[in-house]
Design a protein around this ligand. Structure first.
Ligand code: KDG
Length: 350
């Protein structure tokens, strides 16, 4: 065998191996099994169809939660309510899905709260940096009075808010360099959600932020329109961002929840028994989905590292440098959000 064929063969093997590791890194990770359905069949009149749209992909924790929701609702309505799932923004991104609910052309969606801050200013609470130090504090807030208050406030404008799930703690990725300190962000083009606090956070940290819909993000990273982005580990993997990003820094800089919304036009057609069934199913979906995402973070970080991504875990001192640099953001948004609400969350962390 001539040397040229040898090199051609070895490079083909090399490429195949590389492809394999990328495939392995993005193969749907082992997820906790979907639980059995709890509760009896609900007797009520009528047959109904629900189209449920989300922006994250089929291999994410959010979709897994929706599969549980579908199982509960179809089983406990004895098939009188059929649920069809549309992941990956097939029916539009967060804002498009919400307006489809308002016009009654879509029944359900579960966006992040961040893109909805212009509609519901108090949602900005969730965008404040480093406000939720642990998942426990997040649960206390979502499952407590503040969470219920937010659902009540969001049940307007043709929407009914029936529960919480979790996008998660956000991590920075980029294609340019390892980031261990705010100084490393100088001039880095970072995509953010369409949200003024996130723009404020990354500007204050010294980066060059660009707001953009999630549906456009992968292509923008691939084409170098932006250098970086920030999302939870499960979304980084399920959206294959590791294929277009070389570096990830575990910043945990913001905790983002998903809010489960129903079209008010559809909701008002449902008998009360089925409205309660959807509320119960949304609650159980939210608890399971949070568990799925949290139980997989370590495995996902390992998979991403195995796929060649450089993962940086910050020391407490390095995290503090980011917290100190971004602290002024609180002064800019305290009035809109309400100091009392921020203090209530802070108290939950004590
Ligand atoms: O619909 C998907 C979005 O809700 C979600 O992933 C938002 O975290 C998000 C982002 O970065 O846009």
């Amino acid at each position: 065998m001539t040397t040229t064929t040898m090199t051609r063969v070895t490079s083909m093997i090399g490429a195949a191996l590389l492809g394999l590791t990328a495939l392995q890194a993005n193969a749907a990770p082992e997820m906790p099994p979907i639980p059995d359905v709890q509760g009896d069949v609900v007797q009520a009149d009528g047959d109904f169809k629900i189209k449920f749209s989300i922006g994250t992909t089929q291999s994410g924790a959010q979709y897994r939660g929706l599969e549980y929701f579908e199982k509960i609702v179809e089983q406990r309505s004895d098939g009188h309510i059929q649920v069809e799932l549309f992941p990956g923004a097939q029916l539009g991104d967060d804002l498009q899905a919400v307006s489809a609910l308002q016009s009654g052309t879509l029944e359900m969606t579960a966006p992040s709260t961040s893109p909805l801050v212009s509609m519901f200013p108090k949602f900005a609470l969730f965008d404040l940096p480093f406000l939720f130090p642990t998942p426990d504090v997040a649960d206390q807030v979502l499952d407590g009075d503040i969470g219920q208050q937010m659902l009540d406030e969001a049940s307007t404008n043709g929407l009914v808010a029936i529960g919480w799930a979790e996008n998660g703690y956000r991590q920075l990725t980029n294609s340019r360099q390892e980031v261990t300190a705010p100084e490393d962000l100088e001039g880095l083009k970072v995509r953010t959600m369409q949200n003024p606090i996130h723009l404020d956070i990354w500007r204050t940290l010294g980066a060059n932020p660009t707001p953009m819909s999630f549906a456009e993000l992968f292509t923008a990273l691939e084409q170098g329109v932006v250098d970086g982005q920030e999302n939870p580990w499960i979304t980084i993997q399920s959206s294959r961002f590791n294929e277009v990003q070389d570096y990830a820094t575990e910043t945990n800089h913001v905790y983002t929840p998903f809010i489960t919304l129903v079209s008010e036009r559809f909701w008002s057609r449902l008998p009360a028994e089925y409205q309660q069934l959807l509320r119960d199913a949304a609650q159980q979906m939210g608890e399971y989905e949070r568990h799925v995402g949290r139980s997989m973070n370590d495995q996902i970080k390992q998979d991403l590292a195995d796929s060649g991504m450089q993962i940086t875990e910050l020391t407490p001192e390095q995290v503090k440098a980011f917290q100190d640099k971004v602290a002024p953001v609180y002064d800019n948004w305290r009035d809109q959000i309400g100091g009392e609400l921020i203090d209530q969350v802070r108290a939950a962390s004590q």
